[in-house]
Write a protein that binds this ligand. Structure first.
Ligand code: NAD
Ligand code: IPM
Ligand code: MN
Length: 358
């Protein structure tokens, strides 16, 4: 059977370390199911800036478009932090998301039973949490025009961005969220700031209108500030959350602490046609880069989401997730999750262990 074409974008910081581990595990899991992969490596972020001066070289976008799927680790780092916004590594990532129209960012925040006591929150609060954050990814304040720097009437220097959504943009992400809710607990919470922002008023109106097509889904609305609080007070309230680009960014990092580490959260960014982007929620972790300390589990589970959503090889996805589950069962923990009574492992060691377990 034909090899699955995967564009591999390791990026910066811990990116190459977790990508190394994930590719090994993915290859091993594929072998067990008779599936093979053709990995095409490409540059993005700081690594691409250093090599070409551009955080998203044309060649990289072409390779991604010609692939079945894109596996991305993380971009960014201290070295590029002083570049102007338009030339930063982050622009490469945003350009890739926009270039592939990957508007629906699915960020599951699940607390594995083995980690129920790894959260800074009480075990009773986080035990059994299973949330899906559906984050709009190619609109909102990240992309709105006008943006830039200027001068106000008083002559002070200003920076500005525009939070903007069109009705079709809200409608398409709402449909993704309602459809996801139908396959889960059938509860959808739309998170916005409609008590203050016009962009959120429009968001809410459109979500309410779209809800008529999904009468089996119970819809609720929450302001972002309250949602940030409820996520800690009673995370089990949430089934599917749908929200805009920046609120989804913040809520998903917050949600990672239910499981105790940002290194546990995978994501899928999909358009519904063409290749999706599969990447951990976390960044390049420059504070621990190059030390073999990173947790590769979010990366491995992102590869699992790729197998399920894009490559349609659910058995390989099952193997990857089962291997992570077993490693947790065996008490193997990278530094982010290590505590008394568990076994401290390096990123590469955990990768090798997962290869044995798939
Ligand atoms: P970060 O997510 O990189 O790190 C935040 C904290 O979590 C750090 O202490 C880090 O060590 C820890 N952490 C993150 N992932 C981990 C893992 N897998 N295992 C163990 N610990 C982990 O966020 P930041 O420090 O705010 O940003 C660093 C850089 O990453 C910035 O340049 C930022 O723009 C970029 N970033 C990129 C992405 C992406 O590529 N998708 C996402 C977020 C941030
Ligand atoms: C994420 C990251 C990115 C975002 C940055 C690096 C552009 O924080 O994937 O969550 O804000 O979307
Ligand atoms: Mn983020």
């Amino acid at each position: 059977c034909k090899a699955h074409k995967v564009a591999v974008l390791p990026g910066d910081g811990i990116g190459p370390e977790i990508m190394d581990a994930a590719l090994k595990v993915l290859t091993a899991a594929g072998r067990k199911e008779g599936e093979t992969f053709e990995f095409k490596h490409a540059l993005i972020g700081g690594a691409a800036i250093d090599a070409t001066g551009n955080p998203l070289p044309e060649e990289t976008l072409d390779i991604c478009k010609a692939s079945d799927s894109v596996l991305l680790a993380a971009i960014g780092g201290y070295k590029w932090d002083t570049l102007p916004a338009a030339q930063r590594p982050e622009r490469g990532l945003l350009g890739l998301r926009a270039g592939l129209n990957a508007f629906a960012n699915l960020r599951p925040a699940i607390v594995p039973r083995q980690l129920a006591d790894s959260s800074p929150l009480k075990k009773e609060i986080v035990e059994g949490v299973d949330i899906l954050i559906v984050r709009e990814l190619v609109g909102g304040i990240y992309f709105g025009q006008p943006r830039g720097f200027g001068t106000n009437e008083k002559g002070d220097r200003i920076g500005f961005n525009t939070d903007v959504y069109s009705e079709p943009e809200v409608e398409r992400i709402a449909r993704v969220a309602f459809e996801a809710a139908q396959k889960r607990q059938k509860r959808l919470c739309s998170v916005e700031k409609s008590n203050v922002l016009e962009v959120s008023q429009l968001w809410k109106e459109v979500v309410i209108r779209v809800a008529k097509d999904y009468p089996d889904v119970e819809l609720s609305h929450m302001y972002i500030d309250n949602a940030a609080m409820q996520l800690l007070r009673n995370p089990k309230y949430f089934d599917v959350v749908v929200t805009g680009n920046i609120f989804g960014d913040i809520l998903s990092d917050e949600a990672s602490m239910l499981a105790g580490s940002l290194g546990m959260l995978p994501s899928a960014s999909i358009s519904g046609s063409g290749p999706g982007i599969f990447e951990p929620v976390h960044g390049s972790a420059p504070d621990i880069a190059g030390q073999d300390l990173a947790n590769p589990m979010a990366m491995v589970m992102s590869a699992a989401m790729m197998c399920r959503y894009d490559l349609k090889i659910p058995k390989v996805a099952d193997r990857l997730e089962a291997a992570v589950d077993q490693a947790l069962d065996q008490g193997l923990r990278t530094k982010d999750l290590w505590k008394e009574g568990t076994t401290l492992v390096k990123c590469s060691e955990l990768g090798n262990k997962l290869v044995e377990l798939v």
